[in-house]
Design a protein around this ligand. Structure first.
Ligand code: G3P
Length: 217
């Protein structure tokens, strides 16, 4: 399972990257706002830090404007994946940018039908949003399973990038289905380490060790 980090917080990316846990990064306009940084500057910094794909999102609505913005973003670094929304214009931009050799991440996917169109339009990544479906009482995990089944039926090479991940359980469930990539906030990735029995076991070991009166080294 490839790990992308869903943030534009350079320090948070660096911490995970130093452990070899970052296969790529995803950003979006909301994450750029949260980081409070200039999009070009922060994206360049992330691209210098991380070897894998770094998604940077266009904000235009018309295909020709998305293509223009996508080309500007792609100039930031060789590892940019241009992120376009799953609209008809977004699919046109996906086809054009992909034909020119750029990686394209088609985002805001909420149905298997949309995912089929993205694959047909040459997307490198499809980003189905799990958490936002859960928010409206639909099953985001089912969406990943449906897309996996359909993509495998036809050998589509578009990678499934499970997004809008809010919990460790989301990561486990999409891993069981066989998502290609997950993108999650740094805090969710770091919380994967937590287990109550690990904490309890460590507490016991420390207490027993103190009773031995010994030191290592
Ligand atoms: O990568 C898309 C993701 O950032 C959306 O997450 O939690 O805002 O639904 P969320």
């Amino acid at each position: 399972m490839k790990f992308f980090v869903d943030t534009a917080d350079v320090d948070a990316i660096k911490e995970l990257n130093d452990l070899g846990m970052v296969d790529g990064v995803t950003t979006n306009p909301s994450l750029i706002l949260k980081a409070g940084r200039d999009i070009t500057e922060v994206t360049r910094e992330i691209c210098e830090l991380v070897d894998g794909p770094v998604s940077a999102e266009v904000v235009a609505e018309k295909a020709e404007d998305m293509i223009r913005e996508g080309k500007i973003l792609a100039k930031i670094a060789d590892n940019i994946a241009v992120k376009v929304p799953l609209t008809w214009d977004g699919l046109k931009a996906c086809r054009a940018l992909s034909d020119e050799g750029h990686m394209v991440n088609v985002t805001l996917c909420f149905s298997p039908a949309q995912a089929i169109l993205a694959a047909k339009a040459g997307a490198t990544f499809i980003s189905p949003f799990i958490g936002r479906l859960d928010d409206i009482h639909l099953d985001g995990i089912d969406l990943i399973a449906d897309i996996r089944e359909i993509y495998d039926n036809y050998g589509y090479e578009t990678q499934i990038l499970a997004a809008s991940i809010r919990t460790v359980n989301h990561i486990i469930e999409v891993g069981k289905i066989g998502t290609d990539v997950i993108t999650a906030p740094p805090a969710v990735i770091k919380s994967m380490v937590k287990h109550v029995l690990t904490d309890k076991g460590l507490e016991q070991f420390n207490a027993d060790w103190a009773k031995t009166g010994q030191k290592i080294g």
